[in-house]
Design a protein around this ligand. Sequence first.
Ligand code: ZN
Length: 234
Amino acid sequence: MKAELAEWHALLNKRRELMISPDYHCRTLSEGARGMLARGVIDAGEWFELAELVTAAYSFAVEERASELFHPASQYLVQDQGLARVGSCTRSVLAFDADRRSPLSITHGEDGKLHAYGGPAFSWLSGTIEGLTLVMENGRRFELVEVGRYIEGGVFVQTITDPESFRLLLDVIEHAQEDGAAVRAKHLQARAEVSVFCLCPACRDHFAKREECSRCEGRGFVDRVGQTRPSAAS
Ligand SMILES: [Zn+2]
């Protein structure tokens, strides 16, 4: 294989870069493939194959990221197995209360999965994020409980834990959509993302189906899987 093409494939396989910024990574790959076509390194048929690989990588990254419960813009309490607060995490930097000078950075590793890194330059692997559980290298486990998130424009909003507030928000979104206020509806939907609840996957809160829905028992929403509620004590 030509050196330039081999380099392109090496870049394609960089899971860490892909997962941290799928848009940027795939744009770089697309531009690289177009460049090789323009310079005659590859022909049109080969270019088409590369373009398909970029599309597949992008879909993979978007799906993977959608399945991740950890949100980089969220603020979390860190609880031990006894549900006691032992630390906090803001914008992907996690610090234990007992040792706030040695924080951990939560980011994607070479394997494309979320890990926690410590040390002076966050280069030491210290643990792994499984759902919203931090599993340290020594086997200790901690739960990350979302308390809020920085949304568009850097506004901090608290995680919605009250079912009635969430129901009300869904109704407001529905009205905004009916009024054709698309921007407002989108903004409110981003707000609804910051909650221990999510839209019922069975009826999607559709008025006609909701009443009969056994999954959400007519509420239109269900508990978000894997998310622990902030306890009153913390
Ligand atoms: Zn339902």
